[in-house]
Design a protein around this ligand. Structure first.
Ligand SMILES: NC(=O)c1ccc[n+]([C@@H]2O[C@H](COP(=O)([O-])OP(=O)(O)OC[C@H]3O[C@@H](n4cnc5c(N)ncnc54)[C@H](O)[C@@H]3O)[C@@H](O)[C@H]2O)c1
Length: 292
């Protein structure tokens, strides 16, 4: 094992943050209107900040019960409450966003949720909800936004999938199935709407957000996952936002129909995903204890 493998994740993370400060602060999205779903916290909030910093006018969509208005205030963002499971409400929200943004040319489908438990314990409602938020919500927003994007001369769609789509992890199979559907929608829409609209997906690995709180509260689970990931750590929301920014900008003008994996190498064969699998039964037990 090389000496770099023995470095503590803290120092690896510090080095990465230092590098990140050198990322060019381009205003390359000036004049564009962007819709980001699930924008009240986590990855969606970081994406909204990044697109705003790049000059885009941002409409932030999230559930009524989220901290959406608090999150949107510092950005002067347009806050629109919507449950992405509701097709008519999504249509109305996108219409409102289009009117307020003037030009809707970017859509980031980020709202998502999952659970951890064995397949046979999922109820119909849980299955329906997971499919509705992750897959139907993405479909509804694309269906509503595409006519406006075509009208305004085109743009870019980025759908947030997961490494779980191609490497299904025990305990989150409905989530894996929904995210695999998101990647299929992405591939197909890239073909239907090229050259006017580019459509790409991202597949984050493990990223620190409220969604992954359970993993981060268990050092004995987190540490082996970090150690066996080629980049020796999990991700930060800004590292996902960097790639989303790229996919929304003209820097990626020849990229469409792709699923960009952002996981520090986690899903490479014999890397961290195997560690995650080793611990997934334990994670499921902890999730069950938390629910009861
Ligand atoms: N965090 C990770 O490690 C990770 C890994 C892979 C993929 N992802 C994906 O990234 C996206 C963001 O995840 P996150 O980690 O920031 O999670 P998060 O739970 O912190 O944020 C998700 C956001 O989506 C919103 N949302 C949930 N259901 C909604 C609904 N019905 N209508 C509208 N908004 C809704 C929530 O209110 C929240 O603001 C998700 O699609 C998730 O599946 C996350």
């Amino acid at each position: 094992m090389g000496s770099s493998k023995l470095r503590l994740s803290g120092s690896v993370r510090a080095d990465a943050c230092e590098q990140a400060e050198k990322v060019v602060d381009a205003k390359d999205l000036n004049g564009r209107g962007a819709v980001v779903t699930g924008a009240a916290r986590g990855i969606g909030l970081a994406v909204a900040h990044r697109l705003h910093r790049a000059g885009a006018k941002v409409a932030m969509l999230d559930r009524k019960e989220s901290d959406l208005h608090k999150a949107a205030a510092p950005l002067g963002g347009i806050a629109i409450e919507v449950d992405v499971r509701d097709s008519a409400a999504v249509e109305e929200a996108i219409q409102t966003a289009h009117e307020r943004l003037e030009r809707l040319s970017i859509l980031v489908n980020n709202a998502g949720m999952g659970m951890l438990q064995p397949l046979h314990e999922y109820t119909d409602k849980q299955w329906d909800d997971i499919l509705a938020v992750n897959l139907s919500g993405t479909f509804y927003a694309m269906r509503s936004a595409i006519p406006f994007m075509l009208e305004s001369g085109g743009g870019a769609i980025v759908n947030n999938a997961s490494v779980s789509a191609s490497s299904p992890t025990r305990g989150e199979l409905p989530y894996s199935a929904a995210k695999a559907g998101v990647i299929a929608l992405t591939h197909g829409a890239a073909q239907e709407y090229g050259p006017t609209i580019r459509v790409n997906a991202i597949s984050p690995g493990v990223v620190r957000t409220p969604m992954t709180e359970l993993l981060y509260s268990n050092a004995e689970i987190l540490e082996p996952v970090e150690r066996s990931t080629p980049l020796q750590r999990t991700g930060d929301v800004d590292e996902i936002a960097d790639v989303v920014h790229f996919l929304c900008s003209d820097a990626s003008r020849f990229v469409t129909g792709q699923n960009i994996v952002i996981d520090g190498g986690l899903s490479l064969p014999q890397a961290g995903i195997d560690e995650t699998l080793k611990w997934s039964l334990d994670m499921m037990a902890k999730a069950k204890a938390k629910r009861s």
